[in-house]
Write a protein that binds this ligand. Structure first.
Ligand code: SF4
Length: 95
């Protein structure tokens, strides 16, 4: 029988090359106006987003899985998202 492990175990096999330059930018005014923070905190599987008590949306971009879920649900204008620069970001290990 082949065992694949739990999701956290499988994700732990990946490699990250963190970029000092974030590939995710937030328009904080637009995020507050649309209430996007709660949605982004809930949808991101890597817990990249967190909401500060003052409503500011914090981003831990180095943990990003590059799945695109946040872009799919964010109200227009809240996020500017691009892939990390070449050589940075996540490298998936599927075995
Ligand atoms: S692309 Fe995926 S992992 Fe990265 S911040 Fe968006 S939802 Fe989170």
């Amino acid at each position: 029988m082949i065992t694949v492990g739990t999701v956290p175990e499988r994700l732990a096999r990946n490699r990250y090359a963190p970029d000092g330059q974030s590939h995710i930018q937030v328009d904080q005014d637009r995020a507050r106006a649309t209430g996007a923070a709660a949605l982004l905190v809930r949808v991101c599987p890597a817990h990249v987003y967190s909401e500060a008590p003052d409503g500011t949306l914090a981003v831990q971009h180095a943990a990003c899985l590059e799945c695109g879920a946040c872009l799919a649900v964010a109200p227009p204008g809240v996020l500017r998202w691009r892939y990390p620069r070449g050589g940075y970001g996540i490298a998936y290990r599927l075995g």
